[in-house]
Design a protein around this ligand. Structure first.
Ligand code: PLP
Length: 399
């Protein structure tokens, strides 16, 4: 027998498997609303102008050396200013430990490993539902996870009372994974008032908030507004941690550029925490890649490029919002008896349609429309060219 004959194939990733199936389909009208990557109105991937300009400026750079273990300090400094706000006290006080990570996934995983190492008995509470990879991340970091209520299928909105009850009933000092904005897969975020109440209850319970912020700017089109949950918790004095990704908001998916930051109680604590985060990174990948960090820090450190970026993020967010309106409009025009208000109420890249697994299977089989079986529609894959076709298909399977 071979060395690896006992190895059986791993289950297919629920999200990446959808793309594979889409690519294998030869039907001319096929639609991919599976993967969470932005597409323009022609269905094509987009490279932002600000990214092109940043690349032009760094082209020919003589610097191809290793970054430090914690990545580019210029990059992390600008990244945390984006997350916490230029004027944040925690930044002035030098109380934020930050390291460059392998995008948002790497930020979550580094934090999970850090949690396991320094709070070995702690639990993590994960929302129902969530981005499927969150479960894998904490499982592989060997942190015991529990679930908390988040989404209410009846209203297709937030289950606020369920959430508050679960936060209240969790053992004091638990870790909670929160999506900072544009919750994936539901597109449902707490309101400002609700965030304030959640933050207060976290204070009473002594829970730890970890924010996964994969979509800053992508929800409302405004990076400041999308940072609101972070700011509320920070101003309430929580020592939050935050994972940032520049995959979606700068279209840098394959560059794998992200940041993990942890608010500490003193500058000394932040130096120690940063050194330990680096220590976890070292035996895994030594140090993170250079190019994406250079692009991001070039954009964020130049007022003109930053303005251009803000304009381009808003364009992406606005296109998605207009496709939500078009999808709902077409469903209503077709005479659907169902209520599709949630399509326009939800925000960010995804619409949690409420379609059942059977209906999703029919969409794929009969209409060549590809999405995950939980009924999540990536609005980024919807265009003026396919929205009527998509609406019709959704209407047919949901009659
Ligand atoms: N967190 C959430 C909620 C996401 O939706 C995603 C991407 O789909 C990520 C993290 C990680 O993305 P990346 O590792 O590409 O930055």
């Amino acid at each position: 027998a071979g060395w690896w004959s006992h190895v059986t194939p791993a289950p297919r990733d629920p999200i990446l498997g959808v793309t594979e199936a889409f690519l294998a389909d030869t039907h001319p009208s096929k639609v991919n609303v599976g993967v969470g990557a932005y597409r323009n109105d022609k269905g094509k991937p987009v490279v932002l102008q600000c990214v092109r300009e940043a690349e032009r400026r760094i082209a020919g750079s003589k610097f191809m050396e290793y970054l430090p273990m914690g990545g580019s300090v210029k990059f992390t400094e600008f990244a945390i200013r984006l997350a916490y706000g230029d004027e944040a006290d925690v930044l002035n006080d030098k109380r934020v430990a930050s390291v460059q990570t392998l995008s948002g996934t790497g930020a979550c995983r580094l934090f999970a490993d850090f949690q396991k190492r320094f709070k070995p008995e702690s639990l993590v509470y994960i929302p129902i539902p969530t981005w499927s990879n969150h479960h894998n991340i904490w499982r592989d970091a060997r942190v015991e996870s529990r679930l908390f209520r988040y989404y209410d299928p009846a209203t297709k909105g937030l289950d606020f009372s369920g959430l508050m009850e679960d936060v209240k009933n969790a053992p004091s000092g638990s870790f909670f994974l929160l999506h900072a904005c544009a919750h994936n897969p539901t597109g449902v975020d707490p309101s400002e008032e609700q965030w304030k109440e959640i933050s207060q209850l976290f204070k009473e319970k002594g829970h730890f908030p970890l924010f996964d912020m994969a979509y800053q700017g992508f929800a409302s089109g405004d990076t400041e507004k999308d940072g609101q949950a972070i700011r509320i918790f920070m101003n309430d004095g929580h020592q939050i941690a935050c994972g940032q990704s520049f995959a979606k908001n700068m279209g840098l998916y394959g560059q794998r550029v992200g940041c993990l930051s942890v608010i500490c109680s003193t500058p000394q604590e932040s130096v120690a925490v940063k050194s330990q985060l680096q220590q976890i990174a070292r035996p895994m990948y030594s140090n993170p890649p250079l190019h994406g960090a250079e692009i991001v820090s070039t954009i964020l450190s130049d007022p003109e490029l930053k303005d251009l970026w803000h304009k381009e993020v808003k364009e992406m967010a606005d296109r998605i919002i207009s496709m939500r309106e078009a999808l709902r409009f077409n469903l209503e025009k077709l005479g659907s008896k169902l209520n599709w208000q949630h399509v326009t109420d939800q925000i960010g890249m995804f619409c949690y349609s409420g379609l059942t697994e059977e209906q999703v299977d029919r969409l794929t089989r009969e209409f060549h429309v590809y999405l995950t079986r939980n009924g999540r529609i990536s609005m980024a894959g919807v265009t003026t060219g396919n929205v009527e076709y998509l609406a019709n298909a959704v209407h047919e399977v949901s009659k």
